[in-house]
Design a binder for this molecule. Structure first.
Ligand code: SAM
Length: 229
């Protein structure tokens, strides 16, 4: 763990758009050649874990769900197969969105919405989600060689903008421990659950546990101006 004012991770290419563009460019080519959807970050079980939690907590199938940094969009495909019908995925890499569009087309899931967006500067139409999902995107942003700490703050601000009050945020990370994530999301979010996870490795850190947490956005307190209405 880093000391006060220190950056916890060394910057890495995994924190740059160029890296993800090149990676998904290659995966797009592989998909076109042999139909392989590419890397499932944290494995199939990470998707099962998320979907099981949503089902166990009876999160309605028509809830609006945003996958932040969707990559190949396979998590959204699995959610659609489980009956979720209001699904959106964003990624700042155009080649990721091209790949996810192709996979969506192959799977016949025409109702999934996919969009090139930088989550750190979300468009106005990205708002009011019941559920936000993040599998490895906050990790990638945390490795950005240019002002990772500032970008993590922007991330938390964006999340507060796009997620409804009392909406759920499910994050899977292997760069951050539970305690560190609680600290990162302390403003505006409270922890609801911790999901059981195996060991994994990412970005050169070996032997870290994967952390999977469920947060709920706190209720927005009515302002004095509301009471005057
Ligand atoms: C480790 S990959 C995980 C991809 C996907 N969530 C999965 O589980 O397969 C990180 C993803 O975050 C995306 N990403 C990183 N920074 C982003 C940002 N600021 N806005 C949107 N997407 C971002 C990358 O393009 C990449 O697709």
């Amino acid at each position: 763990m880093a000391g006060a004012g220190e950056e916890p991770f060394s910057p890495s290419v995994l924190g740059t758009r160029e890296h993800w563009d090149a990676a998904y460019e290659r995966e797009l080519q592989t998909f076109q050649d042999i139909g392989d959807a590419g890397e499932i970050w944290f494995g199939e079980e990470s998707m099962v874990r998320i979907i099981t939690w949503l089902e166990k907590h009876k999160v309605p199938l028509d809830s609006s769900v945003l996958d932040i940094g969707t990559g190949n969009g396979v998590l959204l495909i699995e959610l659609a197969k489980s009956g979720y019908m209001n699904l959106t995925g964003i990624d700042y890499s155009p080649s990721a969105i091209q790949l996810s569009e192709k996979i969506k087309e192959k799977e016949g899931m025409s109702n999934i919405k996919l969009k090139v967006e930088d989550f750190l500067t979300p468009s106005a139409e990205l708002s009011g989600f019941d559920v936000c999902l993040d599998k490895g995107t906050f990790d990638a942003i945390s490795l950005d060689p240019a002002d990772a700490a500032g970008k993590r703050k922007l991330y938390v601000g964006s999340l507060s903008r796009v997620l409804k009050p009392e909406g759920f945020f499910l994050i899977t990370s292997c760069n951050w421990t539970k305690e560190e994530l609680l600290n990162e999301f302390r403003e505006g979010f409270e922890i609801l659950d911790e999901l059981p996870t195996p060991k994994f490795c990412f970005g050169g850190r070996i032997g870290n546990s994967v952390t999977a947490l469920v947060f709920q956005r706190k209720k927005v307190k009515p302002s004095i101006l509301d009471k005057l209405d």
